[in-house]
Design a protein around this ligand. Structure first.
Ligand SMILES: Cc1cc2nc3c(=O)[nH]c(=O)nc-3n(C[C@H](O)[C@H](O)[C@H](O)COP(=O)(O)OP(=O)(O)OC[C@H]3O[C@@H](n4cnc5c(N)ncnc54)[C@H](O)[C@@H]3O)c2cc1C
Length: 416
């Protein structure tokens, strides 16, 4: 069969059925149930990644972080189980590899929503792929390795605990240090903190990207006696001998560890970076306020893949969804865009069991607290929100198209 004969046409195709893809499908249907939607997603599992930190810290049931993808896809949405290999936006088409068929299939579309998340580059750190998941080398960035984080931190009795953060951008920029605070706090509560040396190595020049939150975080760095190393980038790891190499300027520092929590460098998926829709850094090039592609006007994007300089979080997705829905429908019906995204993202920094610094901010680091409180300080309420309410908000509101506290704001207001 030729490629042309194999092409199937769809009204709206959504690439990726993660946090953004499922939410945008549900929210589109809640606006117009007659829309014909297709989601392309290879995985038969859907993960609630925001709880992986708590899984690693033994504070959340891992079974509650995963559901069958089939159960998450809204009724009436067509699911093509496959991996998108190439975008052909000039032909309004894409090529994908279905999981259950030989050879590629071509889909054409009227409108495209792009949200395949980002790629974790385990191979960008020398030796990491060979040792992750053993030798005390763990990571909350993938579910099975978060389970190993839990195992390592529950069984270690003394020694050096090292936590790393790669260069930006990464998803949930607070996650590399959240697990460190929870570990320090667990050891403190068990009276074992004196038996350990904690170290944080981040490739960034500051502990956190928005300066307002740094003083609160520094009190915990001091309290857990963390050796803080800025501009220190993990470049190699030798699991068998439990040694990690950090590049600091033009010098290399070799550090022993008992347990090391590694966050891999992150990048746009290759099929996006290699497409005509990418910006110079490989991310999906979108207007930061309307979320329409800057290169193809029937294409929209949201989630971790986009070029906008917001915090890459599910919280950001929650606010982006109504904007994409409103503007996509406006584009379909020939109306002006009215909805805008102000760069909102949220990073709940779990500084101790029972307290969170809920860093909520938009473009340029503008503080955007959802509640009228000083969100630069740790709070018990924010822990309740993160630990107990967010899973419900994720699974039962966001993924079902219920936009609680997330309505789109006017475009002009978002631009201010
Ligand atoms: C450890 C950790 C802690 C976090 N903590 C928080 C937090 O506290 N708060 C918060 O708000 N966010 C948090 N996040 C971030 C949050 O999970 C992401 O920002 C969010 O999932 C992004 O949604 P997305 O749909 O863009 O990507 P994803 O949810 O990752 O979904 C992308 C989907 O696209 C699919 N896909 C990939 N490639 C292709 C392809 N070629 N073709 C078709 N489909 C494809 C994938 O299989 C996946 O299902 C955390 C993440 C991690 C890892």
């Amino acid at each position: 069969m030729s490629k042309e004969e194999n092409t199937q046409h769809h009204e709206i195709v959504i690439v990726g059925g993660g946090a953004a893809g499922i939410s945008v499908a549900a929210s589109l249907l809640s606006r117009d149930a007659s829309l014909k939607l297709t989601i392309v997603e290879p995985s038969d599992k859907h993960y609630y990644q925001a709880a992986f930190t708590l899984v690693g810290a033994d504070a959340f049931d891992p079974l509650k972080t995963v559901r069958d993808e089939r159960r998450c896809i809204p009724a009436g949405v067509n699911w093509v189980q496959g991996t998108v290999e190439q975008l052909h936006p000039e032909e309004n088409a894409l090529t994908l590899s279905p999981v259950d068929a030989d050879g590629p299939v071509k889909l054409s579309y009227d409108y495209l929503v792009v949200c395949p998340g980002l790629s974790l580059k385990w191979d960008a750190i020398d030796g990491l792929e060979a040792t992750i998941g053993k030798n005390g080398v763990c990571s909350n960035y993938q579910r099975e390795y978060a389970l190993y984080t839990r195992e390592c931190l529950n069984s270690v009795t003394s020694g050096k605990l090292v936590f790393t953060q790669p260069p930006m951008p990464i998803k949930c920029a607070g996650a590399p240090q959240k697990i460190m605070y929870l570990t320090g706090n667990a050891l403190e509560r068990k009276g074992m903190l004196d038996q350990f040396d904690l170290a944080f190595h981040t490739a960034t020049p500051a502990l956190f990207g928005v300066a307002d939150f740094v003083p609160s975080l520094m009190t915990y760095i001091d309290r857990y006696r963390v050796d803080l190393n800025l501009t220190s980038n993990l470049v190699a790891i030798d699991g068998a001998s439990q040694k990690a190499t950090f590049r600091q300027g033009d010098k290399d520092l070799i550090q022993d560890f008992e347990v090391i929590h590694v966050v891999p460098p992150q990048a746009a998926p290759a099929f996006i970076a290699n497409s005509p829709c990418a910006d110079d850094s490989g991310w999906l090039d979108v207007d930061h306020f309307t979320l329409q592609s800057n290169t193809h006007d029937n294409v929209f994007g949201l989630g971790d893949v986009i070029s906008a300089p917001n915090a890459k979080t599910a919280a950001a997705v929650r606010k982006q969804v109504p904007v994409v829905c409103e503007n996509l429908l406006a584009r379909m019906h020939g109306r002006e865009f009215s909805a805008g995204y102000d760069g909102y993202g949220a990073c709940p920094l779990t500084v101790e069991h029972g307290k969170v610094v809920l860093a909520e901010f938009g473009y340029g680091g503008k503080l955007l607290p959802s509640f009228p409180v000083d969100n630069t300080r740790p709070s018990k309420m924010a822990w309740v929100l993160k630990r107990h309410m967010m899973p419900y908000i994720y699974w039962d509101l966001m993924l079902k198209g219920r936009e609680w506290l997330a309505g789109a704001q006017p475009l002009e207001q978002a631009r201010q």
